[in-house]
Design a protein around this ligand. Structure first.
Ligand SMILES: NC(=O)N[C@H]1NC(=O)NC1=O
Length: 174
């Protein structure tokens, strides 16, 4: 789909297509629809990012809180969203050794107990080694810095999801 077609989508279709670009937050997509027309994919992405940035800190934490744990029960039970599952598999998180699964579970719990929201990272820009390292390092961050860091990761995930849905303008012209 190109950005011209995106601008013609009725509200329901727009939310059907883009409702999970921010994991389990269709409300963001619904709000951003009224900012049409978008001049480009980057403009659509900027509208989503502006909406997120304008949220109070409790709203940002809410976005983080609905994310599934990496390699948590959800991946094992198959209850992840399609996007999240594909991203975790692409990062190799379905091939962890038993020792890595326990280490990840222990660190995820420690992180969530400490910050009150789950550890979020753009899996497709990482692999299991960098994810484990980041999890350990970010646990030591001061809370405000960590929240901002996690929201940046949400935006990276959103960027890649959008690219899978809308043809960038340069490709259109080929
Ligand atoms: N917890 C967490 O980071 N989950 C996310 N990361 C990612 O790339 N996709 C997700 O759902």
């Amino acid at each position: 789909m190109d950005i011209g077609s995106v601008n013609y989508l009725p509200y329901e279709d727009f939310v059907d297509v883009f409702g999970n670009v921010v994991e389990k937050c269709p409300l963001i997509t619904a709000a951003v629809w009224s900012r049409r027309p978008f001049s480009s994919l980057a403009d659509l992405e900027a509208s989503i990012n502006d909406f997120i940035d304008a949220l109070p800190e409790s709203g940002k934490e809410g976005i983080l809180r609905v994310h599934p744990d990496l390699t948590g029960r959800d991946l094992q039970s198959g209850s992840l969203t399609r996007e999240s599952r594909e991203e975790q598999v692409q990062a190799g998180l379905d091939t962890l050794t038993t020792a890595e699964v326990s280490r990840m579970a222990r660190l995820n719990t420690e992180y969530k107990d400490h910050f009150g929201f789950p550890f979020v990272i753009c899996a497709r820009m990482n692999n299991k080694a960098t994810i484990l390292r980041q999890l350990e390092e970010r646990l030591r961050n001061e809370r405000t810095i960590e929240r901002a860091c996690a929201i940046d990761e949400v935006k990276k995930i959103c960027h890649l999801r959008l690219q899978g849905l809308v043809v960038p303008e340069t490709s259109n012209k080929l």
